[in-house]
Design a protein around this ligand. Sequence first.
Ligand code: FES
Length: 98
Amino acid sequence: MIKIPLSEIKDKKKLKLNDNEILILKVDNNFYAIENKCPHAGCRLSYYGKILSERKIMCTCHGAIFSLEDGKVIDGPTNKSLKIYKVKIVNEELLIEI
Ligand code: FES
């Protein structure tokens, strides 16, 4: 479990996790934690990710669209899901299940 004070999260924040990175996103006052690597060809979503409406993120490298809720592919050139970490808010902190 990783804990981050909510006050440290503006619209996005990257965290190192061993060889990977977690990207925390704040979208319309909802928080999401995703792997900062597109499962298609590895583009970094902190740079190439574009938040779309209805809780979706697009990887602008090749246009894959993933659900921020469960990581499932909505459209694009891959059938591999995006890794999503469960989050919850407790006492003004974001808890990320790893
Ligand atoms: S690397 Fe993200 S769509 Fe290709």
